[in-house]
Design a protein. Structure first.
Length: 481
């Protein structure tokens, strides 16, 4: 089975081959156009020397070129590797060397020393070829982890995996269908955005509105309004900017507002629910799993949780020794399921998780199976020999109406003592505000044990985030007092 053949057969059976699949900048592709174009690109790739199993790196923005190049690589039996075209040149070199592609598809004038480079225009005029025969356990694409720790890893997925993710998440939890219009703030060079904008809509018969530019609140709201978007995907911090905008009333037409990628703070969730109501659905996933493995749904949702496990995935929480804990006890979150990939072995084969996989999250699971994530294991700060989970402090500070977001980390003083420092992005007003700093310190003292209270509040214009919106805490930890 080649995934592209499966997608086309599903579109044919569903009766949506002639319906719009993608719109961007006034241009449109039907579902049939997508598969016809993928066949042409596949013909050009094979003619250029790309062989079955070779990696094809896509350094492209969201758009028809990306869609056809990705599916063309899969059609040809190659492994598509989406890469963020906005990476710093040093980071781009790093991920290209990690990917070791046989061919790089980039925008016009793109170069990459040491690699064979082409453009999409050079791939779109060939004669189509039949899809290369592949098995469900053959590689079809590979994405890089978001790099929150500073070192992205390449994680492959197999031809059968997107089918599992669609049945588990898009169909069962989100109920995507042919009447939906989808827009994902997360781009297709991330695992989350790739499923949201490519696999799920093609398997559901939905229409996708793509934006090749970096996401801006005004642009997203304009897209929601102009195209009557029904399903929106974004990380919590982007939703916080959307609802703070005077035009946020346009979100009322959404059927579902899905969010993930980082922990949704309770105070932010309250503000989002005030605007979005029960359309807001939160969940968690990882690049290693390939998509969400827990999620709230329209029929089963609970405030301040990431929902319940999505079958066939299972979750549990264990203690430091690996023993399962009782309900509502915080420990290490683990997931088990058929698509969990750890990386690639030296011989090029995929390393699948054997049994339970540790996500790196701290979480608890209540008696009804709802998962509450409280932070990351590598986020823990050490203050005077006491472990502090900064997310608890950050969520409290972010509950203040004048705070948009906050990051808390430990800093060493000249006498080698360690204290917590809060870096705060204001919702509005001047960058420096001693009165607000005092209010935030008082708020922390009122609700937290003394060692968790930041000794200093520093206002910053923004926090460093990955392209998918996750906080780059390792960068914040390098900031000097």
């Amino acid at each position: 089975m080649n995934l592209v053949d499966v997608l086309r057969a599903g579109a044919d059976a569903g009766g949506w081959l002639d319906r719009p699949a993608y719109e961007v900048d006034g241009a449109a592709l039907t579902h049939a156009d997508v598969y016809d174009g993928a066949g042409r690109v596949a013909g050009a790739l094979v003619a250029s020397g790309v062989r079955t199993g070779d990696r094809v790196a896509l350094v492209l923005d969201d758009g028809p070129d990306f869609v056809l190049a990705f599916l063309g690589a899969a059609h040809a039996g190659a492994v598509a590797v989406p890469i963020n075209p906005r990476l710093h040149p040093d980071e781009l070199r790093q991920v290209l060397h990690a990917a070791r592609p046989a061919l790089v598809v980039g925008k016009p004038d793109f170069t990459a020393a040491g690699f064979r480079v082409t453009t999409f225009a050079d791939l779109d005029g060939a004669s189509p070829i039949p899809a290369a025969p592949r098995a469900a356990d053959d590689q079809v694409y590979a994405t890089f982890t978001s790099g929150t720790t500073g070192v992205p890893r390449l994680v492959p997925q197999l031809h059968g995996d997107p089918i599992v993710h669609h049945r588990s998440f898009a169909a069962a939890a989100l109920e995507l269908g042919p009447d939906d219009v989808v827009h994902s703030v997360s781009k297709m060079y991330f695992a989350y955005g790739l499923s949201n904008s490519l696999f799920f809509p093609l398997m559901s018969g939905s229409r996708v509105v793509l934006n090749p530019e970096a996401p801006v609140v005004d642009d997203v709201l304009a897209i929601v309004d102009k195209y009557e978007v029904t399903a929106l995907f974004a990380v919590p911090t982007f939703y916080s900017r959307l609802i703070a905008h005077p035009g946020s009333d346009r979100l009322a037409r959404l059927r579902v507002a899905a969010t993930g990628g980082e922990v949704l703070a309770p105070a932010l969730e309250e503000r989002l629910v005030d605007v979005l109501g029960d359309r807001l659905l939160n969940g968690i996933g990882t690049t290693e799993v390939g998509q969400a493995f827990t999620h709230n749904t329209r029929t089963a949702r609970r405030f301040n949780t990431a929902g319940r496990a999505l079958p066939p995935f299972e979750v549990r929480v264990v203690d430091d020794e690996g023993a399962p804990v009782e309900p509502d006890v915080t420990g290490r979150l683990q997931v088990r399921g058929p698509t969990i990939t750890l990386g690639v072995a030296e011989d090029g084969t995929v390393r699948r998780a054997d049994g339970w996989y540790a996500t790196g999250d701290l979480a608890s699971i209540d008696a009804d199976g709802y998962v509450r994530v409280t932070g990351r294991l590598d986020d823990v700060e050490n203050v005077g020999g006491i472990k502090v989970h900064p997310l608890e402090v950050e969520h409290l500070l972010s509950s203040h109406p004048l705070v948009r977001e906050a990051a808390v980390c430990a800093v060493s003083n000249r006498d080698d003592s360690v204290q917590l420092r809060a870096y705060v992005v204001r919702a509005d007003g001047p960058l420096e505000d001693d009165h607000l700093a005092d209010e935030l310190t008082t708020l922390a003292r009122r609700h937290l044990t003394a060692y968790k209270v930041p000794r200093k509040v520093v206002f910053v214009p923004s926090l460093p985030r990955t392209g998918s919106g996750k906080l780059r805490r390792h960068v914040v930890r390098t900031w000097k007092p």
